[in-house]
Write a protein that binds this ligand. Structure first.
Ligand code: IPM
Ligand code: MG
Length: 370
């Protein structure tokens, strides 16, 4: 039987509650579908800091490196606001991305029909929205050196972050975007700031060249990132795949997330390059939302983004396309039936907690699998 190794890092805040709902789906798939998932679990973020004084231990890093896929909850909270910068909760996530070389971050923004009225935009602008943001995740200003604050000695300090991109980094993320577009509506919009930044000039050139070289069947458009942000809230349905750098991708994906009605709904996948021998790619799946410390531990968090992240894991790490489709369908169906957690509650719907939402999705998933 195929063994599928999953390494779970629930993290802080609502991370563990949301992960518990995925654990139920894993248990079901093992018991009734012979899925062969083997799970191990570690600590990341504030919980790792409390236990080990680091945002992730070396032992857990080694496990993440070996796993077929990592499922990540969320990190951070006010409790750790004052811990040293190097060991702040986010450092665990950034280290995982960097050391596992997860350069391609896929952030779908899908507006479930049942939630169109929960968006801050008019329902007709977002109904049926289905865009995919491809964010470069291991380069740019997040990791560029120098990254320092120095004392200038005259009562002033100077902070430096470095935006740096090499050709190969742009080429490989552009290729992912074009490949993804081919499986969707065949359109890519690349966003950068070539009018201000040298990295934007190179980004634009390399995306254009990659397109011409290998993907000229895909429709390519370029937009300045600020105009892109504006278009995203003006007429979001004009986009299919958006490809952009690490920092712009961070911002634009939060904007896109809000279009869909709730940040609590969106999953993401972070993928490495396929291994030359096995074809397998390292991968980490996480909700786009944060640890929501204000509601943690109350059993009211929305587990949908975490469950949808597991659906992406089924699709991209294990090629279990039918199961992934059905799990996503189960989520949509439960929403259509009016079952809602507090963050997406609407008039006439039934308000449920984290566990009930998880149970409802699992029940529908089981029914769809037949
Ligand atoms: C995200 C988050 C992270 C980022 C934080 C938690 C470091 O905002 O995944 O979008 O900035 O990349
Ligand atoms: Mg972000």
């Amino acid at each position: 039987m195929t063994v599928r190794n999953l390494f779970l890092l629930p993290g802080d805040g609502i991370g563990p509650e949301a992960m518990a709902e995925v654990r139920k789906i894993i248990a079901f798939m093992n018991a009734e579908r012979g899925a062969g998932f083997e799970t191990d679990e570690g600590l990341v973020g504030g919980s790792a800091y409390d236990a080990h004084g680091a945002a992730i231990s070396e032992e857990d890093m080694a496990k993440a490196m070996k796993a077929d896929a990592v499922l990540f909850g969320a990190v951070g909270g006010p409790k750790w606001d004052d811990v040293p910068y190097d060991v702040r909760p986010e450092a665990g996530l950034l280290r995982l991305r960097k050391d596992l070389e997860l350069f391609a971050n896929l952030r779908p923004a899908i507006c479930y029909p049942a939630l169109a009225s929960a968006s801050s935009l008019k329902p007709e602008l977002v109904e049926g929205l289905d865009i995919l943001i491809i964010r470069e995740l291991t380069g740019g200003v997040y990791f560029g050196e120098p990254k320092t604050i120095t004392d200038l000695g005259n009562g002033q300090k100077r902070a430096i972050d470095t935006q740096v991109y090499d050709t190969y980094e742009i080429e490989r993320i552009a290729s992912v975007a074009f490949e993804m577009a081919r499986t969707r509506n065949n359109r890519v919009c690349s966003m950068e700031k070539r009018n201000v930044m040298k990295s934007g000039v190179l980004w634009n050139q390399v995306v254009t060249a990659t397109h011409k070289d290998k993907y000229s069947d895909v429709k390519l458009e370029h937009m300045l990132a600020d105009a892109g942000g504006m278009q995203l809230v003006r007429a979001p349905k004009q986009f299919d795949v958006i490809v952009t750098d690490n920092l712009f991708g961070d911002m634009l994906s939060d904007v896109a997330a809000m279009l869909t009605g709730s940040l609590g709904m969106l999953p993401s996948a972070s993928l490495g390059a396929p291994d030359a021998k096995t074809g397998k790619r390292k991968a980490l799946y996480e909700p786009v939302h944060g640890s929501a410390p204000d509601i943690a531990g109350q059993g009211i968090a929305n587990p949908i983004a975490m469950i949808a992240s597991f659906a992406m894991c089924l699709r991209y790490s294990f090629n279990m396309v039918d199961e992934a489709d059905k799990l996503e369908k189960a989520i949509a169906n439960v929403l259509e039936k009016g079952i809602r957690t507090g963050d997406i509650m609407a008039e006439g719907c039934t308000k449920v907690g984290t566990v009930e939402m998880g149970d409802a999705i699992l029940a529908k998933f089981r029914a769809l699998l037949g």
